[in-house]
Design a protein around this ligand. Structure first.
Ligand SMILES: Cc1cc2nc3c(=O)[nH]c(=O)nc-3n(C[C@H](O)[C@H](O)[C@H](O)COP(=O)(O)O)c2cc1C
Length: 217
């Protein structure tokens, strides 16, 4: 276990490892491979189909905080999502401050459940997508990158015994101002422990969802 902190490394502000922390700090050097592969003490629901079948949005959260190792995994899950050309045309803003969360509630049409123990704002960053396509295509890629990353985080949260609410209804300009960015936010993912676990919602019938396109004569 390497507990020395490399002074040359830079860390997201507020996310720096502390000397003497009881964890292998090299873990945070490579979010994806290390954190995703790290064995957990608690048995997790690793059957992806079960995670999908049981995930349910929550709007009533307990005040229990989300453990650091779970936050790491949720962020690492976003990092593992496929992106256009692997350029990762998105950014995540991890909101750790109570007042900022309250500001976000106001920016999200006063939806109170935005104020959860863990709030992540997913934003597009089309400038990262270095592909020789029109700006319209680049924007399309970037919005898909950010959305997919948020969806990976949402599923990861579910696998970790947490619940979440995806927020798409918000004032983009207000959110940009609150989190201090020019990047366009695509979704807020608000995560915590549900007060009550509820069964998954019904979906439409498969025959209404799937349209088989057959070869034309
Ligand atoms: C693009 C998108 C936008 C959403 N926006 C909101 C929102 O602003 N507020 C909210 O309470 N739920 C929002 N939701 C959550 C949906 O209402 C929820 O996922 C849906 O009812 C299905 O329920 P389930 O997630 O439990 O399966 C959003 C979900 C998506 C995918």
């Amino acid at each position: 276990m390497d507990k020395k902190i490399d002074p040359k490394r830079t860390w997201p502000k507020g996310y720096e490892p502390k000397e003497g922390e009881d964890e292998d700090i090299t873990l945070r050097l490579g979010l994806m491979s290390n954190i995703l592969n790290k064995k957990t003490e608690k048995k997790l629901n690793t059957d992806i189909f079960k995670v999908m079948a049981t995930r349910r949005s929550t709007r009533k959260f307990s005040t229990n905080p989300v453990e650091r190792w779970k936050i790491d995994k949720i962020l690492a899950a976003a990092d593992s999502a496929p992106t256009a050309g692997n350029f990762q045309g998105f950014e995540i803003f991890y909101i750790s401050d109570k007042d900022t969360k309250e500001e976000l509630v106001k920016a999200a049409n006063k939806q109170p459940y935005v104020n959860t123990p863990l709030v992540l704002v997913f934003c597009m960053n089309p400038a990262r997508v270095k592909l020789d396509f029109s700006p319209k295509v680049i924007m399309k890629f970037s919005i898909q990158d950010a959305t997919l990353a948020a969806a990976y985080s949402q599923l990861a949260a579910s696998a970790l015994g947490l619940s979440s609410i995806w927020i798409g209804m918000f004032d983009e300009e207000k959110v940009k101002e609150i989190i201090g960015t020019d990047l366009r936010p695509t979704s807020l993912l608000c995560v915590g422990y549900p007060i009550k676990k509820r069964p998954a919602k019904q979906r439409r019938q498969l025959k209404e969802l799937i349209h088989v396109v057959e070869k034309k004569d």
